[in-house]
Design a protein. Structure first.
Length: 209
């Protein structure tokens, strides 16, 4: 968002710089036109005064032509600057539209996130907390893990270290002060197990009786 505001500001600066260049070019054109008029008047005066200054007149004509060439070049520069201003204006308008869209999207995302937090809070308030057996370290650590998980999954203790977790039957045990879960013939840390299965099991619901 900050970068888009900065880009718009830079475009405004560029536009002002181009406008200043056009003003200078127009002043230069005016001055050169005055010079051209002055040169033309001088040529006419010299013709009336003395016909022998034809060479000097030709020189002024060359200068006049040079000035005309410079004027044509300046006109081209002005047109180029005007086109550049138009392009910058279009870029600014496009960035303004993008900025409005980005702000709308951000607001929608913030509202969606707030709603998710509210839904999650409401869900946690009404969730079925798993209560462990006091003194059973495996059961207590398993309860802490599943109750801390944002996804609500029905848990039933079947025996020492044996549980139904949603639609799955799992086995838990301690390995070097870490709680591990046996799944598909192998073991994984309880955090990894919940990361891999909690969301899917919360949608699957408890196993059929």
């Amino acid at each position: 968002m900050f970068r888009r505001h900065e880009a718009i500001q830079n475009c405004h600066v560029d536009t002002q710089r181009v406008k200043n260049a056009i003003d200078l070019a127009q002043k230069d054109i005016f001055q050169k036109r005055q010079v051209a008029i002055s040169l033309a008047a001088e040529v006419q005066k010299q013709k009336e005064l003395n016909g022998e200054i034809d060479k000097e007149i030709d020189t002024y004509k060359v200068k006049f032509d040079d000035v005309q060439g410079e004027l044509a070049s300046l006109d081209q520069q002005i047109q180029m600057y005007e086109d550049l201003i138009c392009e910058k204006d279009n870029q600014i308008e496009g960035m303004k539209v993008d900025l409005v869209d980005a702000e709308k999207k951000k607001k929608q995302e913030e509202e969606h996130f707030k709603q998710q937090l509210l839904d999650e809070a409401a869900k946690r308030q009404q969730r079925d907390w798993y209560v462990p057996t006091t003194g059973d370290k495996v059961d207590e650590m398993f309860a802490h893990a599943v109750n801390s998980c944002p996804h609500v999954v029905h848990v039933t203790k079947l025996g020492d270290g044996k549980y139904t977790y949603g639609s799955k039957t799992v086995f838990a045990k301690m390995v070097q002060e870490n709680l591990v879960i046996r799944v598909s013939g192998g073991y994984m840390l309880v955090e990894e197990f919940l990361k891999n299965y909690a969301e899917a099991e919360s949608k699957a619901g408890p196993p059929a009786q």
